[in-house]
Design a binder for this molecule. Structure first.
Ligand SMILES: [Zn+2]
Length: 916
């Protein structure tokens, strides 16, 4: 045990800390005491038990109590803290950060933030001023906790860390705060934590039960990991779909922390993880950043070695995908880090070797890692600031990305705003211009790689962010041996592909263009007293929002099932026709156009220039569909949540989540549309009665939408609802893509691979063969196995131009492909393959696909539609709601939900144009 008397006052900016701090930390975590023993704490700063009903590490602090404690700390030390609410969760809970610094630094906080932002954009700055800032600014260390709400120990550690920094009468702490400004976000996901705390309090008994099957440690669906819309917010940093993340990014850009730590929990059997991370690394992280992570890792390692804590580095957690709470900050120039603690998932957990891990163990280790990190940052303040400035001078790359404002201008504007909102310098062309050999319309956007956030911009805008070729070679080798691929998340994430927005890139100079600072222009409306109808072109996201709102408002809305031209404008299939008759229709439409950004034009006559007239029988009146979404076990929470998010927040349309166990109910008849989200577990959970009910409901006119694995479930029922079949993997290098297409597989099993030989199925001896290096791989190949699993690659799909489900879509568009599902195409007499994967050599849009996977995927269905009775089954092999980020597919979702319920019922295949 080390008392404060042993700790000398340290001169700032030296390496004095290494031995002594670690000794203190080691003692801090000796048995029994959650707060550092031997420390003299100022009684004016309240410990946790003085504010809530328990002490540090004794119980899982509920979100409201976390807030109360932060407020108590801020009130007790107003001159050394600043408490800021930075966002509200969907469920209305506040999200806070607490700034802790020296009196001087907190007093000049605004000047510090302005100085950091100056460093973050050094363009045109006076070099002497930059030098002065580097000499005088503290290193901001941002500690972010609990983004996954059931990883409960880190928010508790946040409270201990904050208390220690404020209450310890310790020259060591004071010297850290001379060099650093610490920002503590105790709970990035209060809705998820609230869900966990409620579950925990309801399940526990007299003493903590460490068994993995004790109810208190085994959460019900959906678990506390996710926020209200069941998003994993540790994937959302560049997509910014969730208010918690949007607020976080705004706060980040206020400080540009030099060190950003995201504190998590992992599996109970594990130990503790801190950087350096595993490969692959995002190619836009620099060598100095790698060396810096090594320095922080060594600082943590020394503290953990002294304390006798096990840890590992360089495995599992890579730094490739830019949507993590470590990689995104790193791409802004921070030392971005993830810490992971073995989870007790409650107060006490049992490992498979019988040993125990406690909540308090987690708190101690997180506090140890946090304080060691602050100590390292204090020692490395100079280097952190110098390297941050060097990073923010941008890459030496003359590439400029252009977003032409055409096709769906609203979606282009939204993408430009998304880039701007994460601190990327976006320029807008005030007039038409010629770039990359093309004439671009006024309002198009330009993003230069040569800017402070240029590396982030490049990884988000380029189709590919290549990883080390050696890494991929190793993964190919592993894949050939059927070992899991060692990449933690998706390998394709280019935003123009996710949003299906056109992007061009070339060397160019655009510094003279004005910055995009204001909001993009919204929709246009031409009203006219003499109008017979108002027209809305289909295919723009704003049009889908307008449709949703118009239906909710009770307006009559018709949709054209054939294209037409009116007043010189082309209206694709699906375009909306709203009768002008009725009280105040024009005013209500004006309001909807303003709110949604949709383009609405008055039609003075029903006679059109080309295509159908407005009164054609190829115009159907849309009903206001009642939409249900299967909810609860066994659906994948992120798929169920993303569908709910897309329908409710992107399309602005209400949806009723319905529990799986209620799908056998006659009440299903109240709904027109039912979405079965991704889940591999329907077969074991949906009862025979529920399946029969679904089949009856579809035949009577329901639209059943199946997503990912749900397609397989419907295809393998005894009486299949989709006449497709999952495929087995074809032999490696089998160049004959049709070999696996059979479609006669037994119900319940993937289609037989045509390549199966199996001449002798007996159990006795078989004729011997001589193997050599060329044939041994084939000899060990399993006869029946799933196609290669894809970690998340953006692939091209082609749209059937004749089916209404593709209305308003371009001929080709990108999809996010994950998993190991490949299905046989629907035969022409069964239904339509509305979207199919592109040819093998044109398949990959962003990321990397194994060659074998591409050959087998080519031309296979991505979206199928099969009429059954008066109803329709739509199968999405890929999830169009993926993470709520596939903006280009919102129209596809809108088609499935709104167009299928026209008053005439679904229109399976419209008559060909030449019949007219
Ligand atoms: Zn986590």
């Amino acid at each position: 045990m080390v008392s404060n008397a042993d700790v000398p006052a340290a001169p700032p900016r030296s390496r004095w800390w290494s031995g002594l701090v670690l000794a203190v930390l080691a003692s801090a975590v000796a048995a029994g005491e959650p707060v550092l023993p031997g420390t003299d704490y100022d009684p004016a700063i309240p410990p946790l038990h003085a504010v809530v009903r328990h002490g540090f590490g004794e119980d899982i602090t509920a979100p409201a109590d976390l807030t109360r404690y932060l407020e108590a700390l801020a009130a007790a030390a107003p001159e050394r803290t600043r408490l800021v609410e930075y966002a509200r969760s969907w469920q209305g809970r506040p999200l806070h950060y607490l700034v802790i610094g020296s009196r001087d630094d907190v007093a000049r906080l605004d000047a510090i933030r302005a100085g950091i932002r100056r460093l973050a954009d050094p363009r045109g700055a006076d070099e002497a001023e930059l030098d002065r800032l580097v000499d005088t600014l503290p290193a901001v260390v941002w500690l972010a906790h609990g983004v996954h709400g059931d990883e409960v120990s880190s928010p508790e550690a946040a409270l201990v860390t904050a208390y220690h920094l404020l209450a310890a009468r310790d020259p060591l702490v004071a010297s850290w705060l001379d060099e650093t400004l610490v920002v503590i976000d105790p709970s990035q996901n209060p809705d998820g934590r609230a869900r966990f705390v409620h579950h925990y309090q309801a399940s526990r008994g007299l003493v903590p039960q460490p068994s993995p099957i004790a109810a208190e440690r085994s959460q019900g669906w959906p678990g506390g990991r996710f926020n209200h819309y069941l998003f994993d917010m540790n994937r959302d940093w560049f997509a910014l779909t969730q208010p918690e993340v949007r607020g976080r990014v705004r706060a980040f850009l206020d400080y540009y922390p030099l060190v950003h730590v995201d504190l998590h929990e992992m599996g109970t059997d594990s130990s503790y993880y801190f950087p350096p991370p595993a490969v692959p690394w995002n190619p836009h992280l620099t060598e100095p950043q790698r060396a810096m992570l090594d320095t922080f890792g060594r600082g943590n390692a020394a503290a953990f070695d002294r304390a006798g804590y096990r840890y590992f580095t360089g495995e599992v957690y890579d730094a490739y995908y830019p949507g993590y709470g470590d990689t995104w900050p790193a791409l802004q120039g921070s030392a971005g880090m993830t810490f992971e603690m073995a989870s007790a998932r409650g107060l006490l957990g049992q490992r498979s070797d019988g040993s125990l891990v406690s909540y308090r163990d987690g708190v101690r280790r997180h506090v140890t890692a946090s304080l060691a990190t602050i100590a390292t940052a204090a020692a490395e303040r100079d280097r952190l600031l110098h390297e941050f400035l060097a990073y923010r001078r941008g890459p030496g790359d003359r590439t400029v990305f252009f977003l032409p404002r055409r096709r769906d201008p609203g979606r282009v504007d939204a993408l430009a705003a998304l880039l701007r909102d994460q601190g990327i310098d976006v320029r807008r062309m005030g007039s038409p211009g010629r770039y990359c050999g093309e004439a671009l319309p006024a309002g198009s956007y330009a993003v230069a790689a040569a800017q402070p956030a240029g590396r982030l911009a490049t990884t988000l805008l380029a189709a590919q962010s290549p990883a080390d070729p050696q890494f991929w070679a190793e993964q190919e080798r592993r894949a050939a041996k059927r070992l899991p691929v060692e990449v933690y998340d998706v390998v394709g994430w280019s935003l123009p592909l996710l949003h299906d927005v056109e992007v061009l890139s070339c060397d160019a100079a655009v510094a003279g263009l004005p910055r995009m600072d204001d909001e993009p222009p919204s929709g246009a409306l031409s009203l006219d007293d003499g109008a017979v109808a108002y027209l809305v072109p289909w295919g723009e996201r704003a049009s889908a929002r307008l449709l949703a709102r118009a239906l909710r408002a009770g307006l009559t809305v018709r949709a054209a099932t054939e294209p037409f031209e009116h007043a010189g404008r082309r209206y694709p299939r699906g375009s909306l026709i709203l009768p002008a008759t009725g009280e105040g229709v024009a005013d209500r439409l004006a309001g909807l156009a303003g709110a949604t950004g949709a383009t609405v034009s008055a039609a003075l006559e029903s006679w059109t220039g080309e295509g159908i007239d407005l009164g054609s029988e190829h115009v159907s009146t849309l009903r206001q569909p009642h939409v249900a979404l299967a909810w609860d076990t066994p659906t994948e929470p992120t798929s169920a949540g993303a569908w709910r998010y897309v329908l409710e927040r992107k399309l602005d349309y209400p949806v009723a989540p319905v529990r799986i166990r209620d799908l056998d109910s006659a009440w299903l008849d109240q709904f027109d549309v039912l979405v079965l989200p991704a889940s591999s577990g329907y077969a074991g959970v949906l009862s025979e009665e529920a399946v029969a009910n679904l089949q009856r409901w579809v035949r009577r006119g329901g639209t059943l939408i199946a997503v990912a694995d749900a397609v397989e479930f419907l295809a393998t029922l005894e009486t299949p609802l989709l006449d497709t079949a999952p495929e087995w993997r074809v032999a490696d290098g089998a160049a004959e893509p049709a070999a696996a297409v059979d479609g006669t597989g037994d119900a319940g099993a993937p289609a037989e691979p045509a390549a199966t030989t199996g001449e002798d199925d007996g159990r006795g001896p078989v004729p011997g063969v001589v193997l050599d290096a060329g044939t041994v791989a084939e000899a060990v190949r399993p006869e029946e196995e799933r196609p290669p699993a894809v970690p998340g690659v953006l692939v091209h799909a082609e749209v059937d131009p004749d089916h209404w489900l593709g209305a308003g879509l371009p001929a080709r568009l990108p999809l996010m492909l994950t998993g190991d599902r490949i299905f046989t195409p629907l035969a022409l007499d069964k239904g339509t393959n509305v979207l199919r994967f592109a040819a093998a050599d044109q398949l990959t849009a962003g990321g990397r696909l194994w060659d074998g996977a591409a050959a087998q995927l080519a031309f296979k269905p991505a979206v199928v539609a099969q009429p059954t009775g008066r109803g329709l089954v739509i199968g999405f092999v890929v999830d169009p709601a993926f993470r709520g980020v596939m903006d280009g597919l919102d129209i596809l979702v809108a088609n499935a939900v709104f167009l299928a319920t026209g008053s005439a019922g679904p229109v399976p295949v419209p008559p060909p144009l030449d019949r007219r």
